[in-house]
Design a protein around this ligand. Structure first.
Ligand SMILES: Nc1ncnc2c1ncn2[C@@H]1O[C@H](COP(=O)(O)OP(=O)(O)OP(=O)(O)O)[C@@H](O)[C@H]1O
Ligand SMILES: [Mg+2]
Length: 435
């Protein structure tokens, strides 16, 4: 778990059993109204039952689970089912089906259990419920339901088979993520953020980082953890947060220094994640040399220099990336990490920039694969050729000039084979020649 910037929570005490301190009813959007409930709508302590929240979050189809149900499906929160633990508390794997509730789709789920002694608390639980209960997008993790029995506060999400991006990038024995998968993950997360920022009332995530990007079986990325999320203001207006929240290493400098919070704070955090994706290095790592501990400080100046860039690209990729693509992704990270928030791109622009990189790289990596295949085939052919060569040489010796043509052709073929390089432009040219 990375170190969080949090404030000491000032929340309206604890909810009474089965109730929440919401003044929702007067603000509850009726089914025909599309206005999203904001956390600020819930500022006055009132008392609304768990069912009322569900009714309020119309269209979200959230299920209310009992603590006993969740206890049963996790085998009494058995350590065998423990997926991990964050600031909110432990997360367990479980399985739901229509035996629990008629109509429930059979599926694995992840269950977050609020740790009452933890740094995050009820406000985060409620924020998660209010935001994720109403926001639906292919790149946001899906909230399936919640539990609010007595003092227990739990959240039930769709299960994301491949866990989070952080473990794939940094866990010592994890299989390195291929370049294209990294770009696919970054693009998916960018789409999720662009969706949040593009809402009528923009949503600022405030804790965007590699551990909050979850991955599906096919590496589709989804943003999780909305406990710190905040409604942004329209236009150029800026929220001035009275308390700074987020995670060290990912939070934007202007936000840390002045509390000024805009969607551009998320863009900065996205830039940090891009940098982690490129370098395979954590945003902050005290075990690195003093100059390299802060990834942004160390790596940002090298992003615009192609020669230096090659020295910081994740060595676990073993050169299997497209240099053209890497240069573009690096330039994008450089922009996102601009100290001046106004000079950063919007997330929808980030999507526009990343999309063609993925497609370009896909084409180029395909040609790379085809060259690898060709090399393999060439190896097999070489054996055949070697035996045939003796015959050819013998024939050529008889014919004279034909042999020179043959040597020239073979020399060209060797040139083609050795031209295998990182540069995609070279690959393109090569592919053209091979046709
Ligand atoms: N829906 C899910 N499916 C699968 N695994 C999940 C899901 N949600 C969370 N996890 C896993 O549970 C672990 C804890 O997640 P959690 O979000 O609570 O903490 P974190 O992101 O590691 O830290 P932080 O509290 O700083 O956000 C992580 O390893 C995460 O991958
Ligand atoms: Mg998390």
């Amino acid at each position: 778990m990375t170190q969080k910037i949090t404030w000491k929570m000032k929340w309206f005490g604890c909810f009474s059993s089965k109730t929440l301190p919401l003044d929702l009813l007067s603000h509850v959007p009726k089914p025909h109204l599309s206005r999203r409930i904001s956390l600020s709508d819930i500022s006055d302590p009132g008392s609304v039952s768990a069912e009322d929240i569900s009714n309020s979050l119309i269209g979200s189809n959230l299920h209310i689970f009992t603590f006993l149900e969740l206890k049963t499906i996790t085998n009494d929160f058995s350590s065998v089912n423990l997926l991990g633990e964050g600031g909110f508390g432990p997360v367990y794997k479980g399985f739901i089906d229509d035996k629990i509730r008629p109509g429930l789709k059979s599926q694995p789920v992840a269950i977050k259990l609020l740790d009452l002694d933890g740094a995050q608390g009820y406000r985060e639980w409620l924020a998660e419920l209010v935001f994720l209960g109403q926001l639906r997008h292919p790149h946001l993790v899906k909230l399936i339901g919640y539990c609010c029995d007595d003092e227990e506060r739990l959240l039930v999400y769709e299960y994301m088979e491949r866990g989070n991006l952080e473990s794939h990038l940094f866990k010592r024995f994890s299989i390195p993520l291929p370049w294209l998968t990294r770009i696919k993950i970054a693009l998916g997360a960018a789409k999720g953020l662009a969706f949040l920022h593009g809402e009528e009332k923009p949503v600022i995530h405030r804790d965007f980082k590699a551990s909050n990007i979850l991955l599906d079986s096919d590496y589709t990325s989804k943003i999780s953890d909305f406990g710190f999320a905040k409604d942004g203001l329209e236009g150029d207006e800026t929220n001035v947060a009275s308390r700074i929240m987020g995670t060290h290493g990912y939070a934007a400098p202007e936000y840390i220094m002045t509390g000024h919070l805009t969607t551009m704070s998320d863009v900065y955090s996205f830039g940090v994640v891009l940098l982690e994706v490129i370098t395979g290095k954590k945003a902050l790592d005290k075990t690195r040399g003093s100059r390299e501990q802060d990834l942004v400080k160390w790596a940002r100046p090298m992003l615009k220099d192609p020669l230096k860039l090659e020295t910081i690209i994740d060595p676990k990729l073993e050169g299997q990336y497209s240099l053209e693509g890497a240069k573009k992704v690096a330039a994008l990270a450089f922009q996102c990490l601009n100290k001046n928030p106004r000079s950063r791109p919007t997330m929808s622009n980030v999507v526009k920039i990343l999309e063609p990189i993925l497609h370009l790289d896909e084409r180029q990596m395909t040609s790379l694969v085809s060259i690898f295949d060709t090399k393999e085939r060439n190896k097999e052919m070489d054996i055949k050729e070697k035996t045939q060569e003796i015959d050819v040489v013998k024939k050529a010796e008889k014919k004279g000039s034909g042999y020179h043509k043959y040597r020239k052709a073979r020399k060209n073929m060797h040139l083609m084979k050795s031209k295998f390089a990182y540069s995609d432009t070279a690959l393109y040219t090569l592919k053209g020649k091979m046709k």
